[in-house]
Ligand binder design. Structure first.
Ligand SMILES: [Cu+2]
Length: 163
């Protein structure tokens, strides 16, 4: 009996390898454009040649009714980190936006950290790191570098403004 259970467990593990992955790796479907909750690969819908991932079927139905309303809330922003700053230096979004940061570095490894939003992305030259969050808090937030990158590291700052 025990052997059967072990066998079944191994079989299921093979079928669903994502169960064993680190939570950060597990979810790379971003946030649901309707609710801003983590999306899943089970709930996808293609619109104008682009695939969107949702957190549930109800969100897909909502999206189908007014897709542009939800798409307009997705703010994809390319951010380049460098010694010692960010381009753009100020990121301005509206409360309720889904902010997708596409982070690259011009020179050495840098980080992109917003404490209040629990974001910390690290990037090496040649990579693009994607990070998504729901801008659900209004205010001005410091963006700081979380990888020591040289003499000006402490002064490396950007700003996120959520209106
Ligand atoms: Cu840096």
């Amino acid at each position: 009996m025990k052997k059967i259970i072990i066998f079944l467990f191994l079989f299921v593990s093979l079928l669903f390898p994502e169960v064993h992955k680190h939570p950060e790796e597990k979810n790379n479907y971003g946030l649901c454009p309707v609710l801003g909750e983590p999306a899943s690969k089970e709930f996808s819908y293609e619109y104008k040649g682009k695939k969107y991932y949702f957190c549930c079927q109800e969100c897909i139905e909502k999206f189908k009714k007014t897709p542009e309303r939800y798409i307009s809330k997705i703010k994809e922003i390319n951010v380049e980190a460098f010694q010692f700053g960010y381009l753009p230096e100020v990121i301005k979004v509206k409360k309720g936006d889904i902010v997708r940061i596409m982070l690259t570095t011009r020179d050495v490894p840098h980080g992109f950290m917003i404490k209040e939003y629990d974001i910390d992305v690290k990037v090496k030259k040649g990579e693009t790191k994607e990070s998504e969050f729901l801008a659900d808090k209004k205010g001005e937030f410091d963006i700081i570098c979380s990888v020591y990158c040289g003499k000006g590291h402490g002064k490396m700052k950007g700003k996120l403004i959520v209106e």
